[in-house]
Design a protein around this ligand. Structure first.
Ligand SMILES: NC(=O)c1ccc[n+]([C@@H]2O[C@H](COP(=O)([O-])OP(=O)(O)OC[C@H]3O[C@@H](n4cnc5c(N)ncnc54)[C@H](O)[C@@H]3O)[C@@H](O)[C@H]2O)c1
Ligand SMILES: O=P(O)(O)OC[C@H](O)CO
Length: 334
């Protein structure tokens, strides 16, 4: 039986843990928050995934050594800001060549690394780690729907195709179809930047704009993402795929989206901090914004939507003046 260790007990970690357990995997979940584990063990429910029951077969531990030992696959499902600290603590227990999957979406502000690169960076500090196998699993995938076994498509992206194929085989089931891609950076960039674009759509909705504005921001947001990704050496097709346009569509239109919700609150006049607190779950677009701005500068690409979101969140531009700022730009070819 395939043994899986899940790091992180938020909605995504738990939705995937349940799915894997229901599909015959031996699943153990670790959380940095002991109360969270106590609650999951006692209720077999997640407070933000009502209606979903966790199978009795699932195990829980607060001990990272126990989580990592003897596992075929380790799944990093903590928010992006905790990926490095969690990888740093876990690295000593991870065996060279152990298959690792990251589902956190973000780019690290300081290093501009993707989350898979952050995990590799921590592993290479441990003597004997020569064969890192880190796969990014990303796409239009709300936990609330995966928790109900609703049809979902996702991409397993790895530098080595064989690693992506291994992950594809472990996760794929009749409700969860997994594709592979060897453009790992492009796949991860899509997952990170789409969250910033979702904030812009939320802000537009909060201001009372309509579907035309939504479609415009999604489409031009994808143009910004593709421009940046191409400058970084990623493949154009990745941004037309599940982790590019696919994830943009879901996050900019779904009632489940945390980033869209946060954007709407900001559009109504709330500060980013208050919006984060009100959403009550991780809002990765706010975390990704500083890295997006630094990448834009480093690769010298134009990202006007990212600029406007940054200006609004940092208080330099009133949300109601954002449209004029975008619509008044120099006229250009599509
Ligand atoms: N929720 C989704 O539908 C979904 C889908 C795809 C990808 N993701 C990505 O998965 C990641 C996790 O998102 P989520 O929605 O599960 O978040 P969440 O807000 O539901 O979960 C937060 C979790 O972080 C963990 N945590 C808290 N403090 C920590 C610490 N100090 N160290 C380590 N872990 C700590 C806890 O287990 C907590 O439950 C994000 O990067 C998100 O973009 C989420
Ligand atoms: O839509 P959000 O902001 O909840 O993000 C969750 C996932 O990244 C959607 O694929």
């Amino acid at each position: 039986m395939t043994k899986v260790g899940v790091l992180g007990a938020g909605t995504w970690g738990i939705a995937l843990a349940r799915m894997l357990a229901v599909n015959g995997k031996d699943v153990t979940v670790w959380s940095a928050l002991p109360e969270e584990l106590k609650n999951l063990r006692a209720t077999r429910r997640h407070p933000n995934l009502p209606g979903m029951e966790l199978p009795e077969s699932m195990h829980y531990t607060a001990d990272l050594a126990e989580l990592c030992v003897n596992k075929d696959l380790l799944l990093f499902a903590v928010p992006s800001v905790f990926v490095r600290s969690t990888a740093k603590k876990a690295a000593q227990y991870i065996v060279d060549g152990q298959l690792i999957v990251d589902v956190a979406k973000g780019m690290e502000e300081k290093t501009l690394m993707s989350m898979s690169e952050v995990i590799e960076d921590e592993l290479k500090n441990v003597p004997g780690h020569e064969h890192c196998r880190v796969v990014a699993l990303s796409g239009p995938t709300h936990a609330e729907e995966v928790a109900r076994d609703l049809p979902t498509l996702i991409v397993a992206a790895a530098k080595a195709e064989q690693d992506a194929k291994e992950v594809q085989k472990i996760f794929n089931n009749q409700n969860f179809r997994v594709y592979t891609n060897t453009d790992r950076l492009g796949t991860e960039l899509g997952g990170a930047i789409k969250n910033v674009i979702a904030l812009s759509v939320g802000i537009a909705m909060g201001l009372g704009y309509g579907d035309n504005a939504k479609a415009a921001l999604i489409t031009r947001g994808n143009a910004e993402l593709s421009r940046l990704g191409m400058a970084m050496g990623c493949r154009a097709e990745t941004f037309a795929g599940l982790s590019g346009m696919g994830d943009l569509i879901v996050t900019c239109t779904s009632m489940h989206s945390r980033n869209l919700h946060a954007g709407m609150l900001i559009g109504h006049g709330m500060s980013a901090e208050d919006a984060k607190a009100e959403v009550g779950q991780v809002v990765e677009g706010i975390n990704a914004l500083p890295a997006a701005k630094r990448l834009e500068k480093k690769y010298k690409v134009e990202m006007p939507i990212v600029d406007v979101v940054d200006a609004i969140l940092s208080g330099k531009l009133a949300a109601r003046d954002a449209v004029a700022s975008l619509m008044g730009r120099n006229l250009k070819k599509e």
